[in-house]
Each structure stands twice: as C-alpha cells, then as structure tokens.
Design a protein around this ligand. Structure first.
Ligand SMILES: *[C@@H]1O[C@H](CO)[C@@H](O)[C@H](O)[C@H]1NC(C)=O
Ligand SMILES: *[C@@H]1O[C@H](CO)[C@@H](O)[C@H](O)[C@H]1NC(C)=O
Ligand SMILES: *[C@@H]1O[C@H](CO)[C@@H](O)[C@H](O)[C@H]1NC(C)=O
Ligand SMILES: *[C@@H]1O[C@H](CO)[C@@H](O)[C@H](O)[C@H]1NC(C)=O
Ligand SMILES: *[C@@H]1O[C@H](CO)[C@@H](O)[C@H](O)[C@H]1NC(C)=O
Ligand SMILES: *[C@@H]1O[C@H](CO)[C@@H](O)[C@H](O)[C@H]1NC(C)=O
Ligand SMILES: *[C@@H]1O[C@H](CO)[C@@H](O)[C@H](O)[C@H]1NC(C)=O
Ligand SMILES: *[C@@H]1O[C@H](CO)[C@@H](O)[C@H](O)[C@H]1NC(C)=O
Ligand SMILES: *[C@@H]1O[C@H](CO)[C@@H](O)[C@H](O)[C@H]1NC(C)=O
Ligand SMILES: *[C@@H]1O[C@H](CO)[C@@H](O)[C@H](O)[C@H]1NC(C)=O
Length: 876
C-alpha cells in the first residue's frame, strides 16, 4: 500500500541531493574532475574496518589506484561540485538478505567525518547490538535516515538534533521497549516516520508527539503495542491534518481510542490501515467524511453488522479490506449498498473473507474495475451468479469454504483472461470442463479441493505453466497421473493431490522441484494409489506427505539428500521395507517423522539422535528390533514417541525419563521390553498417554507415578496434539499448517485411532505384563485419568477405596490379576464409567449402587460390566 509513498520520499531525498549538486562553485568553473575527499575516503575505510563483510559486498572500497575515487564505491555518491559525500546507501535488498549477503559488525563513529551527508541508509543488515550510534545525531545535514531492520540499538534520543530530517525509518531497530518520544517532537520537518515493530508500550506521549509533527504525511506504527490514546486528551492538541498515509495496524487499539482522532484528520487521508486492532461495534458512519480515501483496511477486529450505505458514495475508494471480523447480513445487501453510488466504478478490491455473510451472490456485473473478490469462509450459498463471469479484470477470486452448489462450466471463465488466483475449495461445486479446454487465463494459485471434477485427470491443467500453488485434493480423480504433470510448472511450491485414487509412479522429484524456490516446497499426495520406489525428494521441501499409498522398496534415497529444510516427513502406511537409513545428521530441522505401518526391519540407527528438533517420532507397526540406542536421548524436544508393535527388547531405558521430559505420549506397547519400570519415568510431568502394555515388564508399579502432573488435571484446553509451522507459498502468502498426531489406543475392546480428541485423553496402560505387588495408592492422585488398564498382570492386595477419587474414568480394567478382598463401594462415585472389568480376581461382594453403574442406560453409554460367578461377585 505504501510502496508508492516510499518511492515518493526517496525522490524527495534524491531531489535535495541533486539540488546541492547543481549549485555552481569555483571547482566547477575550473572543470577539474573532483575525486573524493581524502579525509572522507579514510573515514569510510575506517568505517569499513569495523564491519564484517563476509560476502565482499564492499569489495569496491579500497585504497588501490583503481579504487581511489570513493565517489565510485558501491553505495556512495558525492556532490559533483564539492566532492563531498552526500549519499551513503548500504541497504541490502530483500533478495540478498534472503541469501544472507548482509553486513555485520558495528557502526563506527568514523562516519562523523562525512559532514555533508544528506542521505544515510544502513537498512536490512545484521549489525550487532552496539548502541546505535548516538553520534548519528551530529550529522546535522541529514534529510534521510533509514535504519530499518537490523540495527538493534538503544533508542537514539540523540537524533533529536537532526532538525532537518524529512525521512526517518527505524522500523524493527530496537529490541527493547522505548520510553518517552519527546525527542521526536523537535524533528519539525519530518514527512515520513516509521517506528514499526518497536515496543512503544511505555511511550505514553506518542500521540502528543505525533500531533506536533505538522509536516507528517506518512506515519507507520505497525505492531508497536501502542498504549491507547485517552479520548479526552485528543482535543487539547493542534492535530496534524497533513497525514495522508496512516498505518496503526496490529496494536490492539480499541475503537474509543482511535476514532475521535481519525475523524479529525479525515479529509486528507488517502491510505488507512487499522487492521488487527480491537475495533468493536458497527463500522462508524464517520468514515464517510474521509472523502479522499483510496484504501481502507479494517481487517482482523471485532466489527459487527453490515457494510454501511455510505461506502457506495466513496468515489475514490479502490481497496476495501474487511476480512476476519464478525460482519454479517445478506451478501446481496452488501452489494446493493455498494452499487448505489460511484464506488462501483472505482472499487478494485473487496476483501470480506472470514465473516458471517449469508445468502447468494447477486448480480455483480457493474463492478467493472474489480480485480480481487475475496469472499472465502462465510455462509454464502446458492449457485454462482453468471454475472461474475463479466468481471473481466478479475485477477483473484476466492469463494472457498462456503456452501455454493451447482455446476461451473467453461463459459463461466471465458472472459476471465486476467485471472491469476482461483480458490473454490470446499464447496459443493461440480466443475464441467472438457478434456480439450484451453482456458483464457494463466493461473498462479489454484485450489479446487473437494469440488467434484473426476474421474479423469484434468488435461486442461497442462496449459497452466506458471502455477505456484495447486490443490486438487479430494476431487474424485481415479486415473493415472500423466507424464507431463511433473514438468508442468517450474514455479510450483505447493502441491496437494491427496485423497484421490491417483495411480502411477513418481519421477525424480528432486530434479523438478529444484533449489531455486524460496520458502520451501510442500508436497502432499497422501491417500492415493501411487506405487513403486520413492525417488529422491526435493531437499528444499518443508512438508512431504506420501502416506497411505503403495510405495515399496527401501528409503535409502534419504542418504543422497544432504543439506535440507525438511520439517514434516510422513511415509506411513506404505509397503516400505529394509533398514532405516543411518544418515539423519542432515535432518535436524525435522519436526515430524512418521514411518509407521510399513515393513522396516533392523535396528534404530544411532544417527537418529541427531534429530534434535524432532517433536514426533512414529515407528509404530514395523519389524524393528534391538535395544533403543542411547543417542535418542538427544531428541529432547520429543513430545510424541510411538515405538509400539515392533520387537524392541532390553530394559526400558532410564534416559527416557531423564532426557525426554517433554513427552506427552509414550507408547512402547507390544514389544519385548523386560525388567522393572524405571523410577526415572516419573520425571515425565507432561505425559498424558503412557502405554507399556504387552511386554514382559516385571516388578512393582513405582510409587512415584503421581508425578505425572498432566494426569492430575481434570481438564485440558486443547483437544488435539499437533505441531504447526507456517507454510509459505510465494510470493509472500502462506498459511499455518498444523500436523495432528494420531495414535492407536486399545480401549473398550477394540483398537481405535485418536486424532481430533487425542489431547483430551489421559491414559495409563500397563496391561499384559508381569507386574506384581499392590497398586500404589499414589496412582489414585491421577484424577485426570480417563483410562486405567492394569489387567493381565499378577497384581495383588485389595482394591483401595480411594479408587473412587478417579472421577474422570471412562474405562477401568483390573481383570485377570490376583486382587482380593471386597469390591470397594466408592466405585459408585465413578459416574462417567463406561467400562468396568474386574473379572478373574479373588474379589467378593457386590458391584455397588451408583448412578452410572446402576442405570445401565445403554443408549447413553456402552455399559459392560463383566463378572465372574465363580468368584462370588454379585451384581445388584
Ligand atoms: C528503508 O529500508 C527498508 C528496508 O531496507 C526498505 O524496505 C524501505 O523501502 C527503505 N525506505 C526507502 C524510502 O527507501
Ligand atoms: C553529476 O554526476 C552524475 C553522474 O555521476 C551525472 O548524472 C550528473 O549529470 C552530474 N551533474 C552535474 C551537474 O554535472
Ligand atoms: C526484525 O528484525 C530481525 C532481525 O534484526 C528479524 O529477524 C525479524 O524478523 C524482524 N521482525 C519483523 C517483524 O520484521
Ligand atoms: C513491550 O514491553 C513491555 C515491557 O516494557 C512488555 O511487558 C511487553 O510484553 C512488550 N510487548 C511486546 C509486544 O513485546
Ligand atoms: C496548528 O497547526 C497549524 C497547521 O496545521 C499551524 O499553522 C499552527 O501554527 C498550529 N498552532 C499551534 C498553536 O501549534
Ligand atoms: C476535531 O473534531 C472535533 C469534533 O468533531 C471538532 O470540534 C474539532 O474542531 C476538530 N479539530 C480539527 C483540528 O479538525
Ligand atoms: C441458503 O441458506 C439459507 C440459510 O442460511 C437457507 O434458508 C436458504 O434456503 C439457502 N439457499 C439455498 C439456495 O440453498
Ligand atoms: C464476455 O464479455 C462480452 C463483452 O463484454 C459479453 O458480451 C459476454 O456476455 C461476456 N461473457 C460472459 C460469459 O459473461
Ligand atoms: C491437502 O489437502 C487435504 C484435503 O483437502 C488437507 O486435509 C491437507 O491439510 C492438505 N495438505 C496440506 C499440506 O496443506
Ligand atoms: C503370575 O505368577 C504365577 C506364579 O506366581 C506365574 O505362574 C504366572 O505366570 C504369573 N502370571 C503373569 C501374567 O505374570
């Protein structure tokens, strides 16, 4: 939004430079070529010495004969007339920054020698946190100062002396919160001020100060944690009405604090960004006085009600961004309001996603300038109006996640030759596009997930060679994947073909998705019928999900991938076999590794210990064996470790409890672990699911299980256990992907997969081992437990009456042990119990009266009370 203004101000700064260059001087009349001034050259070289320039950015700077003219150095410009340095621009471009070609080190006071400097730009570098250069305040002729991003500092109060400054950009240049901004109020000439990402919580005078800057045209205070403006305060200041471009986004400001001020500067304002604040209530009528407004962003607040009528008469308005609010009403009324006046001709962008608009899309043909229409995630329904197809300037169209129905055919798109982004994801739409259709557009982003378009693979995609994002998951394709597909677009960064019935083999993907893409690629082809070996996968990927296919062979290709950026790798539920490769050293960015449900054999290689960022390691249901390598203790970030259904053996390692203290889920079930349960396991304070069943573990249950703190809470906020990362889809868009952990738990007689509720499960399963002794009383502290299974051991003694304290229990199985004595009457307190099994013990007495156990209301809970008449259990 503000890029044009940035340019404008750069031009002003340059203009002032040129202005000085044009003044005639004696040197000029002598027509002598003026080289740079010796003192200034030396000053710059001293300045260079304190920098760290790993990439030779400043290689043109030197004393050698061919470099002697410092006016020709990179980033330096001198006055043609006096030879003094006017401009020093060492800004790193975003591209260089991404390649880490930046300057580091410290900023030397040698710069003070540049008495005449007007323009100083050190932005986008990684200077170390030396105090910012208080001395910059002495460069009294500065008009332009850009320290944006990467010059962390104490805040440079000293800059107060730069009274000629017109442009000041300190965006993200301070790691600390800043106090009074009084020093700024002396910079009367400021036209552009950017303090974004600096914590101004303690700068309670920010508003007074800003109000005094009467030349200010651009004010950018994004994410500054601004303290609210006291409304009664506002009238005491002579407010700056010169502001044209105002960005106060992401400050959590309440309406009461922003509106009174704004409506005073209304007439001149062109660009207004109030996104991500706490604006409540309906959109105020007062916005209609902002008659010059070109762009309004009120996204991500709590605005309610509809779109007021006055917007129809805002003849300059080009961009209206209102996504992520609680706006509601019939969408046809929105359009009625907007098409009532001149805005119908000017509006280029209408963003209304993530609101609560309802009903069908009415006739839209009048909006002849519309380039972007974003209506995703509302409650719109009906068929898609034909008039949409008249919007021939449309570049972006999102109708995702609504309830649209009907059929879309080729004619719908016939005038949309400018379309670059099409998102129809998750509607009940059918796409009828013929095999030989040649669309008029070249798309970059295409998502048709869960629309109906099978069973053939859409051949028309072959014409789309610039795709960056392609999501045709769950669209009903059951066809072979064509050969051309993998060479479709060299830009492809996100590919989702999951949940179809696509057949075929994978070519060498590492060649297709080469290393030139920034941000990393995501490939999700899970739940299809792909087969054959897995070829080398692209090393620049973030996300790779090949699960639930029929891939076979080994995964030795992993060892051919060295440096990589992988975060998620899911190869589960295939037919993969062979040993686990021993080359995990390069995979230390892995977050999730899922190799479950394959036929891998052999041991866990030592190098898995290099996975030091790993959160989930799932090797469930393979043919792995051996003892667990102690190198795994380095995986201290692990939250979920599932090694169940293999043939691992040895004692349960003590380092699991000592080093993997973040574990939430630990499953060692169905292996051959023997020996005692090590008391170190009690260090797992976050554990929610501990499954050691079906091993040959002996000895007593440790008394310290009451250290499992997470099992002692009755409630938990998050129903899922997942690990998220922001997946970037260039340029600059992306979304937060959360990988949800799933786990098989045997409970109520059958094995079930837990995913959407796994976070709510608290389960202790020690069944089918050789444990003996009594149940420690301490277990009765685990009042959050939902399932307790101690069956099929040799446990003895009475069942403590304290069992009645485990009031969250849904499942309690103590069967097939040597328990004796009477059945405690406290069991009647377990009102949520669905399954109770006490069979095959030496218990006597009767199952006690209790709300749940007595009611036998099979329609609400599945009640299963097993009893064994031989052991004298009486059921009331
Ligand atoms: C100031 O520096 C930032 C970061 O390099 C850049 O984005 C911005 O455009 C610069 N300002 C001007 C006016 O060039
Ligand atoms: C100053 O030098 C620049 C190139 O370095 C040139 O474009 C400009 O015309 C010169 N100005 C004068 C007044 O000579
Ligand atoms: C602020 O700058 C640091 C580097 O100095 C960078 O890592 C961070 O992403 C920047 N934050 C924003 C919001 O630009
Ligand atoms: C801003 O600084 C204050 C302390 O001065 C701190 O409590 C607060 O969390 C910081 N806010 C942000 C967004 O960093
Ligand atoms: C108020 O602002 C105007 C410009 O908008 C300026 O001319 C005038 O001097 C200011 N008055 C005071 C008391 O600051
Ligand atoms: C600000 O608005 C109030 C109320 O509308 C008005 O009385 C005052 O004159 C306005 N101030 C300026 C500077 O426009
Ligand atoms: C659209 O949804 C509303 C309820 O929100 C319903 O009354 C109406 O019948 C639906 N229209 C269509 C065409 O499905
Ligand atoms: C495409 O544009 C032409 C000319 O504006 C118009 O006549 C035609 O109806 C449009 N087609 C569709 C499908 O809207
Ligand atoms: C791929 O699509 C499926 C179904 O639409 C979705 O559940 C999954 O999250 C998508 N994968 C990624 C990586 O976004
Ligand atoms: C229980 O102990 C008896 C002997 O005391 C032994 O024969 C039996 O195998 C044990 N059962 C289990 C499940 O360990």
């Amino acid at each position: 939004m503000s890029s044009k203004l940035f340019l404008l101000f750069e031009n002003i700064a340059l203009f002032s430079v040129l202005f000085f260059q044009l003044k005639p001087t004696i040197a000029d009349s002598n027509k002598k070529t003026i080289k740079c001034i010796d003192e200034e050259r030396e000053a710059l070289l001293t300045f260079k010495q304190s920098l760290v320039d790993e990439h030779g950015v400043l290689s043109s700077w030197g004393r050698q004969d061919d470099k002697i003219d410092c006016c020709k150095w990179r980033g330096v410009r001198c006055s043609n007339t006096t030879g003094h340095i006017k401009v020093l621009n060492l800004r790193t471009s975003d591209k260089e920054n991404a390649q880490r070609k930046v300057l580091k080190g410290t900023i030397s006071p040698a710069l003070l020698e540049l008495h005449d400097i007007r323009h100083l730009d050190l932005s986008n570098n990684h200077f170390s946190a030396s105090p910012v250069p208080k001395f910059l305040g002495s460069l009294s002729k500065l008009r332009y100062l850009n320290l944006s991003c990467g010059t962390p500092s104490e805040f440079p109060r000293k800059l107060r002396d730069l009274s000629g400054l017109e442009y000041l950009n300190l965006e993200n240049s301070s790691l600390f919160s800043v106090g009074s901004l009084e020093w700024l109020s002396r910079l009367y000439s400021l036209r552009h001020l950017d303090l974004s990402y600096i914590n101004l919580t303690k700068s309670s005078d920010w508003f007074q100060v800003v109000a005094k800057l009467h030349s200010l045209k651009t004010l950018v205070l994004r994410s500054c944690a601004l303290p609210p403006i006291n409304p009664s305060f506002i009238w005491h200041f002579n407010l700056s009405t010169s502001i044209e471009n105002l960005d106060l986004s992401d400050n959590n400001l309440p309406s009461s604090s922003v509106y009174p001020w704004l409506f005073n500067l209304s007439r001149n304002i062109l660009y207004l960004d109030l996104g991500s604040n706490s604006l409540r209530g309906s959109i105020p009528e007062a916005f209609q006085h902002m008659v010059s407004l070109k762009s309004l962003d009120l996204s991500d607040s709590e605005l309610e009600g509809g779109i007021p009528k006055f917007f129809g008469n805002m003849c300059s308005l080009q961009k209206l961004d209102l996504p992520q609010n609680k706006l509601s009403g019939q969408f046809s009324q929105v359009i009625q309001h907007l098409s009532g006046g001149c805005v119908v001709n000017s509006l280029e962008r209408l963003y209304l996603s993530y609101n609560d608009f309802t009903g069908p899309v009415p006739h839209l043909g009048g909006f002849s300038s519309l380039e972007a229409l974003m209506l995703g995630v509302n409650r719109l329904n009906g068929t898609i109006d034909k008039s949409l197809s008249q919007l021939s300037k449309l570049e972006s169209l999102s109708l995702r996640m609504n309830s649209f129905t009907g059929v879309i055919s080729e004619t719908f798109f016939s005038n949309m030759s400018n379309l670059q982004m099409l998102d129809l994801k998750e509607n009940s739409l059918t796409l009828k596009l013929s095999h030989d259709w040649v669309p008029p557009f070249q798309l970059k982003w295409l998502s048709l997930a869960s629309c109906k378009m099978g069973p053939h693979f859409p051949k028309w995609l072959q014409t789309q060679n610039q795709l960056v994002l392609l999501d045709i998951s769950n669209v009903g394709i059951s066809d072979s994947i064509p050969d051309w597909f993998w060479d479709l677009s060299s830009e492809l960064s996100y590919l989702n073909l999951s949940n179809n019935h696509i057949k075929g083999k994978l070519p060498e993907l590492s060649l297709r998705f080469d290393g030139t893409r920034s941000g990393g690629t995501s490939i999700d082809i899970n739940s299809n019928h792909f087969e054959g070996p897995i070829p080398p996968l692209p090393s620049n990927s973030l996300f790779l999900n090949l699960s639930k296919n029929k891939f076979s062979g080994s995964v030795s290709f992993l060892c051919s991938i060295s440096e990589n950026t992988w975060n998620f790798l899911d190869l589960s539920s295939n037919l993969l076999s062979g040993g686990l490769p021993d080359c995990w050293l390069h995979f230390d960015s892995l977050f999730v590794l899922n190799l479950a449900n394959n036929r891998f054999s052999g041991q866990i290689p030592d190098s898995m210990g290099f996975l030091n960022n790993i959160r989930t390691l799932n090797l469930h249901n393979n043919r792995l064996t051996g003892e667990l390598p102690s190198s795994l203790r380095n995986c201290s970030q692990l939250r979920v470790l599932d090694l169940g259904k293999n043939t691992f053996f040895g004692e349960i390692p003590t380092w699991i409890g000592e080093s993997l203290q973040n574990l939430i889920v630990l499953s060692l079930k169905s292996n051959n672990f023997h020996g005692n349960i090590p008391y170190q396991l009690c260090h797992l304070g976050f554990i929610q699911v501990l499954d050691l069943s079906f091993n040959i573990i002996s000895g007593k249950i440790p008394k310290c299980f009451n250290n499992f703190s997470a099992m002692t809470y009755e409630r938990c906020s998050n129903p899922t256990i997942g690990f998220g990362k922001y997946i970037l889809v260039p340029p600059g868009t992306g979304y937060y992907y959360k990988y949800l952990v799933n786990l098989l738990l045997t409970w109520k007689g059958s094995e079930n997969e837990y995913k959407s509720t796994l976070g709510l499960v608290r389960c202790l399963d020690l069944s089918s081992n050789k444990l003996d002794g009594a149940i420690p009383e301490e277990i009765m502290d685990l009042v959050g437990l939902i399932a307790l299974n101690l069956s099929r051991n040799n446990l003895t003694g009475p069942i403590t009456p304290k069992i009645g304290e485990l009031t969250s229990l849904d499942f309690l199985d103590l069967s097939r042990n040597l328990f004796s004595g009477s059945i405690p009457s406290s069991l009647s307190q377990l009102s949520g119990l669905g399954v109770l099994d006490l069979s095959y013990n030496n218990l006597s007495g009767k199952i006690p009266l209790g709300t749940q156990l007595q009611s036998f209301n099979a329609s609400v809970y599945e009640i299963l009370v097993k009893f064994d008449l031989f052991l004298h259990i009486l059921v009331q």
